[in-house]
Design a binder for this molecule. Structure first.
Ligand SMILES: [Zn+2]
Length: 247
């Protein structure tokens, strides 16, 4: 083999090697995305049996956006506002930039009158700073990243219109197996997973958030149980980022 050919084959070998080391992560990301897409499709199929289609909901999002916005602005107006610190605003900006989402499309609202730490609608991000700062710094960043996923997918208006179309009873909303609750849990799972697969630092933050001292196990109706969320988070850290758990 000539010198030139040896160099060429070495380059090809190293290129292939570099590519193959990337493969497991890429495969696992694609697998997660495929599974999420499949799960969403199945849920929409079930909703179709109740005469709710994805197309109908996206038409509602266009035609009745004013109604949705008014409803959410009423919530904003009734909240007790508390301005956010400059350092928290900087952190929020940093996370939005990291996920390449335009922060100008979202109203950042500090409030103090509920124990709900952070909530996103399609165009608002409510944060109770006093409660938020009780979390580990990495968990704080993950919380913002999780809410960004809700914003990107317009999860809140999808929920709003599905709920309005079905008008479920309180009994139905207490049933974890009811389709609306299963749909809500899917949105939460997707927000966790898409935020965590993006970056190992945020995947570690996901785990920090779910550590027992950080949050209490919930009923598993509107959100998946924390133990289930922790299992997904650990799996993403291992398979997508191939990183050990930082304690
Ligand atoms: Zn959420």
């Amino acid at each position: 083999m000539t010198k030139k050919l040896i160099i060429k084959s070495n380059i090809i070998f190293f290129a292939l090697h570099a590519f193959s080391t990337l493969l497991p992560a890429q495969n696992s990301i694609q697998q997660i995305l495929n599974e999420l897409a499949h799960e969403e499709q199945q849920l929409w199929k079930e909703l179709e049996r109740l005469k709710i289609t994805k197309r109908m909901i996206s038409l509602c999002q266009k035609a009745r956006m004013h109604e949705y916005s008014t409803c959410r602005k009423e919530i904003e107006n009734s909240a007790t506002k508390k301005p956010l610190s400059q350092s928290l605003l900087e952190l929020i900006k940093k996370v939005f930039k990291h996920y390449a989402v335009d922060i100008k499309s979202v109203a950042i609202i500090g409030y103090s009158d509920t124990k709900q730490v952070i909530i996103a609608t399609d165009f608002q991000l409510f944060i109770n700073e006093d409660e938020f700062l009780k979390f580990h710094p990495a968990a704080q960043e993950f919380l913002i990243a999780h809410e960004i996923q809700h914003i990107v997918h317009n999860d809140d208006s999808v929920r709003y219109f599905i709920y309005n179309q079905l008008s479920p009873t309180p009994e139905q909303m207490n049933d974890p197996e009811y389709i609306v609750n299963r749909f809500y849990r899917f949105q939460e799972k997707r927000a966790d997973m898409l935020a965590a697969i993006h970056d190992p630092h945020y995947a570690q933050g996901n785990i920090k958030l779910l550590e027992p001292c950080q949050c209490q196990e919930t009923s598993g109706i509107s959100h998946p149980k924390e133990s289930q969320r922790m299992a997904w988070a650990m799996d993403i850290l291992k398979t997508v980022h191939q990183q050990p758990l930082v304690t």
